[in-house]
Design a protein around this ligand. Structure first.
Ligand SMILES: Cc1cc2nc3c(=O)[nH]c(=O)nc-3n(C[C@H](O)[C@H](O)[C@H](O)COP(=O)(O)OP(=O)(O)OC[C@H]3O[C@@H](n4cnc5c(N)ncnc54)[C@H](O)[C@@H]3O)c2cc1C
Length: 452
């Protein structure tokens, strides 16, 4: 069965990487993608321009044998550089040392490379500008619009792996059937992208080795570096209320608001009001399902199965981890597709739910809690505990970003237990010097088992 022809819907980040992995196994893949070939086109407007890549994503690229091609695209970021309202900045390192960093990567460049790698395999046939317009579960059939010829055709797609993103048509074809029980929960906050161009000689106008954050309590602005010396800024902001995307409805209001809240960024931003008016407002939300597969006919994967809000920079990393897990399940030569899909779901569903929750929590941390002195104290103590007992205490952020061997669900569970210990240990103190670290280590060891 493993040599069946598999149809993958969606040649985004997940679909293209999965094609590479399946093709390496000798599985023939037909990849359907509604957009034009990104190697010829500039990429999709309005999607986030750059993404955070961390250990799970990099492990998947290595697993697929394509890491060397992607590595040159990665820009390391060693911490969060917090910009306060007065323009003062403070670096909060992400990890213990230079090995614990995260990376900024261009979505378009990454997608182009992955498509190129998939296309170079004789086992992968890619049809660009072929869009699924309907899916008929009873017949396991896709209706596809060929935009090049302006015609529709049906294909039997069994098995079908749907990697068609957060708004998945395939997932929605099951709405009200109880088979997948998918839900889409919109966040009340949306986002808009702006840019800081490279300075003279293409030099970065801010430090390129950090993820910049302007945390303002109810909202935040962030900036990630791009290889060309520019930064992509993203404002995460309420959709309604005051202030909100709705209330900033004139150039004057936008300019006044930015000058008040992000004064140090304003002189660097390229055509603030033009960009504000031109760039779309993107929506954010969480997709959860009770099931990701229908027998051996269909599997949802990536955002189609579990879109998460972007505040932990994990949506793509999780989608890439999906590909690794599915590929590992395929190692069993006796398993049929139904078994493969069921085992995959059993292994990964709880993890997707865990990172969905933690991503929502991290929005509050990034836009607000980072400013709290107690938060900083807990962070400092957590790094110290990790140095003293690295097999037992690893900060939750590090478990998620640097430890791909720790499942998200374990990070969530241990993260909560660790948080409660940290709150207790820092309750009546203002500085780490006031804490008896040996005593704290003994206390933690008595409450927290080692990580297996
Ligand atoms: C603002 C923002 C910032 C983000 N930042 C990060 C980050 O820093 N780090 C991170 O890990 N993740 C991040 N993410 C999440 C990340 O973008 C997604 O998790 C990732 O793109 C999921 O990949 P995918 O292939 O499942 O879906 P997509 O990338 O959405 O790809 C789906 C593909 O399917 C195609 N398609 C859709 N419908 C059809 C159809 N009917 N027929 C044919 N083709 C179709 C689309 O054209 C697309 O190519 C961010 C998301 C947002 C919105």
């Amino acid at each position: 069965m493993k040599k069946d022809n598999v149809t993958i819907l969606g040649g985004g980040l997940c679909g293209s990487l999965l094609s590479i992995m399946l093709a390496r196994r000798g599985i023939k893949v037909t990849l359907l993608e509604r957009r034009a070939d990104p190697r010829k086109d500039g990429g999709e407007a309005g999607r986030s321009i750059n993404l955070v890549m961390s250990a799970r994503g990099m492990r998947a690229l290595r697993h697929a044998g394509v890491f060397e091609k992607i590595e040159p695209l990665l820009i390391p970021m060693q911490g969060r550089l917090i910009h306060d309202v007065d323009g003062e900045t403070e670096l909060h390192p992400y990890g213990q040392d230079d090995s614990e960093v995260i990376y900024s990567v261009s979505r378009a460049a990454l997608n182009r490379e992955l498509i190129d790698c998939a296309d170079s395999s004789s086992n992968v046939s890619i049809r660009f500008q072929h869009e699924c317009v309907s899916y008929y579960p009873e017949e396991a059939t896709l209706r596809v619009r060929d935009h090049l010829k302006d015609t529709d055709y049906d294909i039997k797609a069994r098995p079908l792996i749907a990697a068609d993103g957060a708004g998945s048509r395939v997932r929605r074809a099951f709405n009200n059937t109880g088979t997948l029980s998918g839900s889409e929960e919109l966040l009340g906050h949306s986002y808009k992208e702006l840019a800081i161009p490279g300075g003279p000689d293409g030099k970065f106008q801010m430090s390129p080795d950090a993820l910049h954050i302007w945390p303002r309590g109810g909202y935040m602005l962030i900036a990630l570096p791009n290889p060309g010396g520019d930064f992509t800024l993203t404002l995460f902001f309420p959709a309604e209320g005051d202030p909100s995307f709705l209330s900033l409805n004139s150039d004057k209001k936008v300019t006044a608001f930015f000058k008040e809240q992000f004064a140090d960024a304003v002189p660097l931003i390229e055509n603030l009001t033009d960009s504000w008016n031109r760039n779309p407002v993107g929506i954010l939300g969480t997709v959860r399902c009770k099931h990701w597969h229908e027998g051996g006919n269909l599997l949802l994967i990536g955002d189609a199965a579990h879109a998460v809000v972007p505040f932990h920079g994990q949506g793509m990393n999780l989608a890439f981890e999906d590909c690794v897990i599915l590929d590992q399940v395929l190692d069993n030569p006796d398993a049929d597709w139904e078994t493969v899909f069921r085992v995959f779901e059993t292994e990964q569903l709880a993890n997707a739910n865990a990172i969905a929750d933690m991503a929502l929590e991290n929005y509050i941390e990034m836009r607000d809690t980072v400013r709290d002195p107690k938060y900083r104290l807990r962070r400092e103590l957590s790094f110290e505990l990790e140095r003293r007992m690295p097999k037992r205490f690893i900060p939750r952020y590090s478990m998620i970003m640097f430890h791909d061997e720790i499942p998200y669900s374990v990070a969530q569970e241990r993260g909560l237990a660790q948080h409660n210990l940290l709150v207790g240990l820092t309750e009546n103190v203002d500085s780490i010097d006031e804490i008896d670290i040996d005593e704290a280590v003994r206390f933690v060891a008595s409450r927290l088992p080692p990580i297996h």
